[in-house]
Design a protein. Sequence first.
Length: 278
Amino acid sequence: MPELPEVETVKRGLEPVMQGYKFERVTLNRLNLRFPFDKNFISRVQGKTLTSLIRRGKFLKATLSSNDVLHMHLGMSGRFSIDNGLTAVYNLNNSTNPKHDHVIFEMSNGVTVTYNDPRRFGFMELIAPGEPSRLDKMGPEPLDNMFNGPYLFNKLSSKKSTIKSALLDQSIISGLGNIYVCEAIFKAKISPKRQAGSLNIKETEILVNEIKNVIKKAIEAGGSSLKDFASVDGNLGYFQHSFEVYGQEKMPCKVCETPIERIKQSGRSSFYCKACQK
């Protein structure tokens, strides 16, 4: 599933061709993705101008001139492509089958933006002004100033779950997923098996710093391309070449050469070095 760096990369690709432009035509090729589309989706979006496009956690948040807000989530395999009328900017060697083109936005600048999602685990929701949304209870962004050692220490102090599970809780910190949690806790030398509430203030300060560093570097690298992710221009992210532990099972630790181990936690794989991480 695309995590914060991947969604940020997509946002940066879409922003120049969508923000400030009107949705001239909206086409839905099916009635639902993970969830059904709003029954008035087309009429609520078509003819409106996209006034602001930001990322919140793993979501794209598009504010319309009507003050409705369109939340878009990529799910497991969602991709946006851009066609400027002359060249299909996003092609990725034709790996996106047109039969999975579910939503088409034709913008007033002549650009067509297509949402393709083979697994249909992504979704789009329209939120009216004042209407509650699933984003309301999300925690701070990893790069926000309010995400700091004392904040994380306070949030974790009563947690009996593992640190790995706690960092995946979007109400504590938004945007983190399996990949970057594995990488950050390795850098912080904290075992994924540790009880979250057992971390002291010094450890949480180190962990926060490593989370910020990992996220910054991943954004600079354009995210990680594993199975389904590519940016809107078709370029693959390359942070996966910097993985220290994720997907490195049985490979020697880059610090101590102990083989990296993989364990299952809440149905997800955790990769770690039992010698470096305590």
